[in-house]
Design a protein around this ligand. Structure first.
Ligand SMILES: C=CC1=C(C)c2cc3[nH]c(cc4nc(cc5[nH]c(cc1n2)c(C)c5CCC(=O)O)C(CCC(=O)O)=C4C)c(C)c3C=C
Ligand SMILES: [Fe+2]
Ligand SMILES: [Fe+2]
Length: 344
């Protein structure tokens, strides 16, 4: 099993050299996201979850314990249930995560006319190895990989790095580098702040702004995963860009999976507590998700909105992810341009 690059110091933008050489070359960029089912059906969700949940970066249990549980219980029970959730948010062109990722990669490419930009998914299609080879066949001897994970985690970024390293080791592979985090990139923070302000202008402003990030097990953070620190750095930078004071904004972690302790506080418990404290309206933004997906559109905008209402809250106003917004594409294109220039 290949190992991931060393964990970065929180807050430092750093590209990891995975196959060093000094050949001058045309450049390619591969925008990578998590992956998503091909269809909102139990069979397609099962195929997706099976690949995702066999990744040792995601679930660290011994295979002797995990495989019987996964194949015998989790996949048969979870797949039809989750398929119904996907059906609620499915777009005309497919899964939101796939649609927004593809559009964002196109928008980044429009801003970098001298660079070949394409996209891939860590799980499912289009896969990373195929897309790297496609860029290579278009003449790119260097490919910069941009995982759409602003905050580094061993469960996400390092898993992409595993595949990138494997591809880089293959005979004749292009040179590969990876951007491993952009948690406090000023242009991304400015784009997020602009989107929150625009939402407030269009829909009015809630009493609190809740910044909800995907959770991970606390055990991983205790073992050195910098994800939580980077989420808090993103949140503080966004709050500062919005001029928010103490008590006007909160951080919480969503999407818990399994029974062990995950990062706290949990988004649903936080919303219940806010409702219990008499908060009328809360706005929720998800700054760790560059593209809308199941976890934002179903879990936050539908499920958690209902949790907040049922607990007596006035209403949850969901602020969409940046997706292919011009300011987002500008920010990521500039980030990529800086890394490519530094690579020369
Ligand atoms: C099993 C544990 C999981 C860890 C650890 C985890 C980390 C993690 N995930 C994201 C981003 C996304 N996750 C999404 C879906 C999703 N995540 C898990 C489990 C873990 N994630 C599952 C089982 C699922 C599938 C849905 C479900 O069965 O509940 C998605 C959305 C995908 C989509 O198709 O829309 C995203 C995005 C991050 C950033 C992260 C750690 C930092
Ligand atoms: Fe298995
Ligand atoms: Fe997840």
């Amino acid at each position: 099993m290949p190992t991931a690059p060393d964990m970065p110091a929180p807050g430092a933008n750093r590209a990891v050299d995975l196959a060093a050489s000094d050949t001058p070359a045309p450049q390619g960029v591969l925008v990578v996201n998590l992956g998503t089912p091909r269809a909102p059906t139990a069979a397609a969700v099962r195929r997706y979850l099976a690949e995702f949940l066999h990744d040792r970066r995601v679930v660290q249990l011994s295979r002797w314990l995990w495989c019987p549980l996964l194949h015998g219980v989790i996949l048969p029970l979870r797949s039809p249930r989750v398929a119904k959730k996907y059906a609620q948010i499915w777009m005309e062109d497919g899964s939101p995560l796939a649609v927004h990722t593809q559009r964002l990669a196109l928008a980044i490419g429009e801003r970098l006319p001298d660079v070949r930009v394409s996209h891939a998914m860590r799980y499912g299609a289009p896969d990373i190895a195929t897309e790297v080879r496609a860029l290579q066949s278009q003449g790119c001897a260097r490919v910069l990989v941009l995982p759409l994970y602003p905050q580094y985690s061993t469960t996400t970024t390092a898993s992409v790095a595993d595949v990138v390293e494997r591809v880089a080791r293959a005979a004749g592979a292009p040179q590969l580098r990876m951007i491993d985090q952009y948690a406090t990139d000023p242009a991304v923070i400015a784009a997020l702040a602009g989107s929150v302000r625009a939402h407030w202008q269009a829909h009015g402003r809630g009493e609190r702004l809740l910044l909800s990030f995907h959770g991970i097990p606390q055990r991983l953070v205790d073992g050195g995963d910098p994800y939580s620190t980077q989420c808090h750095a993103t949140a503080a930078a966004l709050a500062q860009a919005l001029g928010l004071g103490h008590g006007e904004w909160l951080v919480a972690f969503q999407s818990r999976f399994g029974r062990e302790q995950w990062l706290q506080p949990a988004t649903d418990a936080t919303l219940r507590a806010l409702a219990g404290a008499g908060v009328g309206r809360v706005d929720v933004v998800c700054p760790g998700f560059p593209a809308d997906c199941l976890e934002t559109l179903e879990e936050i905008a539908l499920q958690n909105a209902e949790i907040f209402r049922a607990a007596g809250g006035g209403g949850l106003s969901y602020i969409p992810c940046l997706n292919d917004a011009p300011a987002h594409a500008d920010a990521l294109a500039a980030l990529v341009r800086r890394e490519l220039d530094a690579w020369r």
